[in-house]
Design a binder for this molecule. Structure first.
Ligand SMILES: Cc1cc2nc3c(=O)[nH]c(=O)nc-3n(C[C@H](O)[C@H](O)[C@H](O)COP(=O)(O)OP(=O)(O)OC[C@H]3O[C@@H](n4cnc5c(N)ncnc54)[C@H](O)[C@@H]3O)c2cc1C
Length: 393
């Protein structure tokens, strides 16, 4: 595709240059010249009063009519389904209400037959399982080969995965093999009631804008969804579905050979934590996180942080909560010395119970807190620690 200028029509008004959001039009000899920044958004075509700009070449359109069904990749490790699998199922069930198409889960692994039932009992119509020894331990290539072949066999219209380490690592390869697009790390997914297309919402430009992306001409429509963006699907009595043991012909080999496995130590799993104690700039310096760690140990909690604390080098990035960090939904979220900027709230505001400690009574964090303590965290947190130690003897 190219955008061509019909020189004989152009009056040199410059409107196209003004309207271009990508700085993709240079000005040479009183005429516009399209440069390599062009994203074919057509804004210049629409604004040109003389119709002097024309698009040439065909957009590649494929026949998408044979693709039906809403699929999700149900993540499992060591024979247990991850909670994100139920979140994806819930997202798919909401889409089913608009599209009226079957929801199917895909489980890859070895000796996984027992897992299908819990998806079916929560509303999944069908569960495809590829049960092979090569899939016992997660490796990107065999997982990508297996899922790609299944999609080719059944041609679903939508394939979703969670934006976890696993989903992020192998789903792009599946999309590339299928020759379709992928919107990674979405915060929201829904079906447009008119076009019936999957609308994929995700932060862009460093989190300053939310983009809505659709995949009009290729199938399946693929996206990864951030964990904790939707509730988990709940079990319902008397639901029926079927489990299908799928045969695939692909040789599930990998260039990577797994030699040994070592359990990660000190891994922060904020998304699975029931209680999170988070610290921000109000802590003053990195060593003061020790105070929060002490409280967290007493409560069996994980330690989170604002971006200000992470940027200051007080605590590593995996602890960051917010728009450019983790999205969390613990039972209790305790924010200590965190002001409550919109980007921080984006990652924690759906927590069940939010407690905020801040010495500024006007701090925005108090607008979302269920319980607010106005005061100095260096007095309140040690008092809490003392009290907990006292109670536990
Ligand atoms: C594109 C983009 C993405 C971003 N992503 C994230 C993100 O993912 N996560 C995130 O957190 N931020 C993010 N930010 C940054 C965000 O805008 C804020 O700058 C940041 O959250 C502020 O962190 P803070 O609340 O720790 O610091 P501050 O805003 O400086 O607040 C410190 C608070 O501590 C209080 N305080 C100070 N001393 C004490 C004390 N002794 N006791 C009690 N309270 C005290 C103060 O009253 C103040 O309210 C992002 C920004 C942008 C532009």
């Amino acid at each position: 595709m190219i955008i061509r200028l019909l020189k004989e029509r152009c009056t040199g008004c410059g409107k196209c240059v003004e309207v271009c959001p990508f700085a993709a039009i240079d000005w040479k000899d009183n005429l516009p010249v399209i440069n390599e920044n062009c994203r074919f958004c057509r804004k210049c075509l629409q604004v040109c009063p003389e119709k002097a700009l024309v698009m040439e070449g065909q957009e590649v359109k494929r026949d998408t009519s044979g693709y039906r069904g809403i699929w999700f990749f149900a993540e499992q490790r060591h024979g247990r389904l991850a909670s994100v699998s139920y979140e994806l199922l819930q997202a798919c069930l909401e889409m089913k209400a608009v599209l009226g198409e079957e929801v199917s889960g895909v489980i890859l692994g070895y000796r996984i037959e027992h897992l299908a039932g819990s998806l079916i009992s929560r509303g999944c119509d069908r569960v495809y399982m590829v049960d092979r020894p090569e899939l016992e331990i997660f490796l990107e290539e065999p997982y990508a080969l297996a899922l790609t072949e299944l999609v080719r066999q059944h041609r679903p219209g939508i394939v979703l995965a969670s934006a976890t380490m696993m989903g992020r690592s192998f789903i792009p390869s599946v999309a590339a093999r299928l020759g379709t697009g992928l919107t990674a790390d979405c915060t929201q997914l829904h079906i447009d009631p008119e076009s019936k297309l999957l609308v994929q919402t995700r932060p862009t430009f460093g989190g300053n804008l939310m983009a809505q992306i659709i995949c009009r001409y290729h199938r399946p429509q693929m996206a990864t969804l951030r964990p904790k963006m939707v509730e988990e699907a709940k079990p319902v009595d008397n639901l029926q579905g079927c489990a299908v043991k799928s045969d695939i012909s692909a040789e599930l080999s990998s260039l990577v050979k797994l030699l040994t496995q070592k359990k990660a130590e000190n891994l922060v799993d904020l998304q699975e934590a029931e209680i999170i104690i988070s610290g921000g700039r109000g802590l003053g310096e990195g060593k003061n996180f020790q105070l929060l760690r002490e409280l967290a140990d007493l409560l069996g909690a994980a330690v989170g942080a604002s971006r200000a604390a992470v940027d200051a080098g007080w605590i590593p990035y995996p602890h960051q909560v917010g728009q450019t960090g983790r999205t969390v939904k613990p039972k209790i979220y305790l924010a200590c010395g965190i002001s409550g900027a919109i980007q921080h709230l984006a990652g924690m505001r759906t927590s069940d119970f939010i407690i905020a400690i801040n010495k500024d009574p006007e701090a925005p964090i108090f607008k979302v807190a269920h319980l607010g303590l106005v005061g100095d965290l260096f007095q309140i947190v040690p008092a809490l620690i003392r009290k907990l130690k006292e109670i536990r003897g």
